[in-house]
Design a protein around this ligand. Sequence first.
Ligand code: FE2
Length: 410
Amino acid sequence: MGRLFKVGCAFVRHRSSVLTPILQVVTKPLSTTSTSVTTEVHKFCLETPIDEATTPPASWYTDGRLHDLEMRTVFRRNWVAVGVANQVAKPGQFFTGVLGTDPFVVVRDQSDQLRAFHNVCRHRANIVVRQGEGQAQHFTCCYHGWTYRLDGRLSKALRLRGIKNFSARENGLKPVAVRTWGPVVLVQLEGDGREDFEEKTSPLLQHLDTQGFTHGMRHICRRIYDAKCNWKLLVENAQDHNSHVEYVHKDLAKIVDLPSTKVQATELYSKMTGQGATENEQSTEGQRYGQAGYIVANVFPNLAINRYGPWLDTNLLLPLATDRTRIVMDYFLEEDFVKNIGDKELAEFVETSLKDSDQVQKEDNDICESVQRGLTSSAYDVGRYLPAIEHGPHRFHIFLGTELRKGLKL
Ligand SMILES: [Fe+2]
């Protein structure tokens, strides 16, 4: 019988035990195949209170098997943010993407209904829509010409003479669940995952709507960054109660009132609120935030929202690999703000704000990439939480850990 070791909150036996040969304690290296995925998932305890808890192990950020598990479970069975509504505002507008190994297309059909499909031809699996976004009357596969209506139905398939047991009705593009939440478009590849999303996120949506979120905002532009880090580091960085701002964002620190920061964390989202600095009206940089309250929010798993001054930016955190994440940022301004400012002043304000926002994002990406490199060190496995301020990341890890454990059983 092997010795008992503490792994997460469960005692398991060393591998010499014939009863539980896959459970073992290994400190480093974590990215090897010497520990099972199950062991790594269970290293994070869901029940330990925050003042005693340790964070998820480094393997959650560095091990490709954990990444694969996340993509098969978290990013299939939850509502995942993939775009913004202005990309599909008019009939015929579409955009495409890939979640894990599943290419998809989102489109507003001719009846003004928002739809999403697996972007794979039913004939030979060719990618049907190969543009990133655009406008279409129908979708035609470039391989053999099979054509689909925007509602997914197969409308043209050539040279079918002699085929038996074939129904065009049953050979349309396979549908994917799609919805909007505020200005964000979300898809869910497996439909039975999150029926409670609406109810559980509605307090956050209502709060955001009081300041302008679903309505009254004009899309200004999109910016895309690729960061060399795991997607979760970007989530946690946004959830850390602004405690990194004075170190990482020295210019941003001048225009926010850091002591006013408050955090609320629930199962599906976390929300941080704070105030702009009182001197903000006197500088162009300060106007970006203003003096009114700002909101930083994260909706599980991959949506971040920043609402500050007249600005809203939505961030889609799209995992590309274990240590690669695409950040798609859409910037919106209050319609009333746009209408009440001259063209020249507006152009200058937008340019200055985007420059400052770009600086903040590059500072965030740089620090998250540095953490990613640190996570591969043999000296680090788990960290600790600051109980007074880090319940946002803690709740995120509990929910994520719950999802991963469910995923192990699938
Ligand atoms: Fe930051």
